[in-house]
Design a protein around this ligand. Structure first.
Ligand code: HEC
Length: 155
C-alpha cells in the first residue's frame, strides 16, 4: 500500500515536470493578442471600415505628434521577426529591446507588458508565429524626444 502511494506521487511529480515544459498554449496566445493585450490596436492597418481584412498585424502609422512619428512594424512571419529567436522576440515584447539592443519606442505599452508571465509571453510568441505572413513594410519611426536606454532591469 505504502509503495503504491509512493509510486503514485512519483508519477504525479513526473506529470508536473511535463506541464512546466509543455508546448506554449496557442489558444491562450490568440486570446491575449486579439483580446486584452491589444497588439492589433497599433500593429494592424486601419481602413475606413476598421482593421483591414487580410492585414492582421502587418504594420501601420500609429501616431504623428511633435515628439515622435511612430510606426508599429509588421510583426507577421513575413517580417524581420522571423529571423529572431523565440527568446529574442519574447524580450522585445516584454522588455522593449530588439536583438541588436536597440530600444522599441513609445507608444508600445511596456509598463503593461513587463508584467507578462513566462507562460503568457511564450503563448503570445507562439501565436505570432502562426499568423498569415503579409508582405508589408512600414517606414522606421522617428523620435524627437530622448528615449531611455531600457524600460528597467531585465525581467
Ligand atoms: C499602443 C501601440 C502598440 C501596441 C498596443 C503594441 N505595439 Fe508593438 N510596437 C508599437 C510601435 C510604435 C513599435 C515601433 C517603435 C519603434 O519604431 O521604435 C512597436 C514595435 C514592436 C516590435 C518590434 C518590431 C521590430 O521589427 O522592430 C514587436 C516585436 C512588437 N511591437 C510586438 C507587439 C506585440 C506582440 C504586441 C501585443 C502584445 C504589441 N506589439 C502591442 C506599438 C504598439
Amino acid at each position: 500500500m505504502k509503495l503504491k502511494a509512493f509510486a503514485t506521487s512519483v508519477a504525479s511529480l513526473g506529470s508536473l515536470a511535463v506541464a512546466a515544459t509543455a508546448e506554449p498554449d496557442l489558444a491562450r496566445g490568440e486570446y491575449l493578442v486579439r483580446g486584452p493585450a491589444g497588439c492589433g490596436n497599433c500593429h494592424t492597418p486601419l481602413g475606413p471600415d476598421g482593421p483591414v481584412p487580410g492585414m492582421e498585424l502587418a504594420g501601420r502609422l500609429v501616431d504623428k505628434n511633435p515628439g515622435f512619428t511612430a510606426y508599429a512594424p509588421n510583426i507577421t512571419p513575413a517580417s524581420r521577426i522571423a529571423d529572431w529567436s523565440d527568446a529574442e522576440l519574447a524580450r522585445a515584447i516584454r522588455e522593449g529591446l530588439r536583438p541588436d539592443g536597440s530600444l522599441i519606442g513609445p507608444p508600445m505599452p511596456f509598463a503593461m507588458y513587463r508584467g507578462l508571465g513566462d507562460d503568457d509571453l511564450a503563448a503570445i510568441v507562439a501565436f505570432l508565429r502562426t499568423l498569415t505572413p503579409v508582405d508589408n513594410e512600414v517606414p522606421p519611426s522617428e523620435y524627437n524626444i530622448p528615449l531611455p536606454p531600457a524600460y528597467g532591469p531585465p525581467v
